[in-house]
Design a protein around this ligand. Structure first.
Ligand code: NAD
Length: 476
């Protein structure tokens, strides 16, 4: 861990094991942050804040640039550490490069830290100033650790905040390596603290800490609600939540079928379905349903190459750990019990390697009220249901507490835009689906998928307070 500029073990020396989900062998021992470690990290961040915020963004940017270069230099090592911690195949790991890009972007984006000014109030000049919060906590999940590490820390730091970031207990290795690079980049002690450990105690302490003034969280809806509760009970810190999804893709019968199949399949395949915005509910117009399902089955089963995530040929890794594996299997069993038709896969024995592999799985005609239709599975399990009319498709797509990403495939532009307006979703793809996103668009959820937005043009805003200043002028 990195606390107050020093690479340290836990204060009580305790560690926890991280297992390679492809082999079940131990990949590493990692410090378990204690309450004391967490409090020390916040205190260090608080002490470092006055000097860091006074430094000015152009000088802060120099540290971000250095870190970007170091991450680029170590990208292969970083990818391997994610592979042996949570099973992401190295062939699909482009996140070290994109993380470096985030640091470069925010290092250059600082001139956008701007308030407004007006003379609209007679006898006065008014203005707003944008200033950092102070200590910001960042809590990240395991599914794309390096991405969230960078996309939260870079905007928080460039805007003048000091940070305490906690990794997920399932995937702490790559970020632990980057913590060493943070030290090498020479950030002043206390500015950039990195903890590893479970939600309790360290995540919980950050959520209720009186000196933490803003907290950005990506993870499950369950944990997001707990964090919000802690924040409300203590100092009402600003909370930004990026939570789960149950993303629908609607395929109309005039869509380019081949493209719709390829894209919705990739959405499920990427990261073995462990993606918040994976289109895990596909609604196909009944007139083309048979054709779509046939092509989807062939595409899904033929494009998946499972195996050791360290092999360059592998594109389908295991689920992140035993808990996730069992979680996904329990949803598969619940779907079978619900009366849905199993069309592909459905077992947890894709590999004989002793790893937590799950076969690409398709269910047809799943009841809309079934558990698997309503809840996030976070695995390579997709349900394909049918609809007759536009109205029915929209109603089914919206019938969920989530609202992260939705997509619509059709050649009819008016229909596409009607559906886009009706979808209760923070992100909508037309003739494309997740994980396709644009760098300069906000990302975040409607309804239970979160609160607030992140992204290149929003994330600096998240970490800046607004101060309104009214200045009275003397009459001439
Ligand atoms: P999780 O909620 O189990 O854990 C996320 C983080 O919260 C971890 O660091 C964990 O240690 C910490 N945590 C656990 N309990 C805590 C507590 N009581 N207080 C504070 N922190 C606590 O989520 P996960 O399993 O790591 O991630 C998967 C989830 O993340 C899925 O639901 C997925 O949809 C969601 N996700 C959302 C987005 C998005 O941008 N909306 C992106 C990726 C993942």
């Amino acid at each position: 861990m990195l606390i107050d500029g020093e690479l340290v073990e836990a204060s009580d020396g305790k560690t926890f094991s991280v297992y390679n989900p492809a082999t079940r062998e131990v990949s590493g021992e990692v410090p378990e942050a204690t309450a004391d470690d967490t409090n020390r990290a916040v205190a260090a961040a608080k002490a470092a804040f006055p000097a860091w915020s006074a430094l000015g963004p152009a000088k802060r940017a120099v540290y971000l640039k250095k870190l970007a270069a170091l991450i680029r230099e170590h990208r292969d090592e970083i990818a391997k550490l994610d592979a042996v911690a949570m099973g992401m195949p190295v062939s699909t790991h482009f996140f070290a490069e994109s993380a470096a890009g985030q640091y470069d972007h925010y290092a250059e984006a600082w001139p956008h830290i701007q308030g407004q000014a007006s003379v609209n109030t007679p006898g006065h000049v008014t203005m707003t100033l944008r200033q950092p919060f102070g200590v910001v906590a960042l809590i990240i999940p395991w599914n794309v650790p390096v991405h969230f590490f960078a996309s939260k820390s870079a905007p928080a730091l460039i805007t003048g905040n000091t940070i305490v970031l906690k990794t997920s207990e399932k995937a702490p290795l790559a970020v632990a390596r980057i913590a060493k690079l943070v030290k090498e980049a020479g950030f002043p002690p206390g500015v950039f603290n990195v903890l590893s450990g479970h939600g309790i105690p360290s995540g919980q302490i950050l959520s209720r800490h009186m000196d933490v003034r803003a907290l950005s969280f990506t993870g499950s809806s369950r944990t997001g609600k707990l964090i919000q509760e802690e924040a409300a009970r203590t100092n009402l810190k600003k909370v930004i939540l990026e939570l789960g999804g149950k993303s629908p893709a609607i395929i109309f019968d005039d869509a380019n079928l081949e493209k719709a199949v390829a894209q919705t399949r990739w959405s499920m395949q990427f990261n073995s379905g462990q993606v918040c915005m994976a289109n895990s509910r596909i609604y196909v117009q009944s007139t083309i349903a048979e054709k779509f399902v046939e092509q989807f089955k062939v595409s899904y089963s033929s494009s998946v190459k499972s195996g050791n995530p360290l092999d360059k040929e592998t594109n389908h890794g295991p689920q992140a750990d035993e808990l996730q594996y069992k979680h996904v299997l329990s949803y598969i069993n619940s779907a079978k019990d619900s009366g849905a038709t199993l069309a592909l896969g459905g077992s947890g024995k894709l590999e004989t390697s002793n790893g937590y592999f799950i076969e690409p799985t398709i269910f047809l005609n799943t009841p809309e009220e079934a558990k698997i239709t309503k809840e996030e599975v976070f695995g390579p399990v997709v349900i394909i249901n049918t609809f007759e009319t536009e109205k029915e498709a929209i109603a089914k797509a919206n019938d969920t507490e989530f609202g992260l990403y939705a997509s619509v495939f059709t050649k009819d532009i008016s229909r596409a835009m009607r559906v886009v307006q009706a979808l209760e979703s923070g992100y909508v793809g037309i003739n494309t689906t997740s994980p396709n996103t644009a760098y300069d668009l906000p990302f975040g959820g409607y309804k239970g998928s979160g609160q607030g937005r992140e992204g290149a043009l929003c994330s600096m805003d998240n970490f800046l307070e607004v101060k309104s200043v009214i200045m009275a002028l003397e009459e001439e």
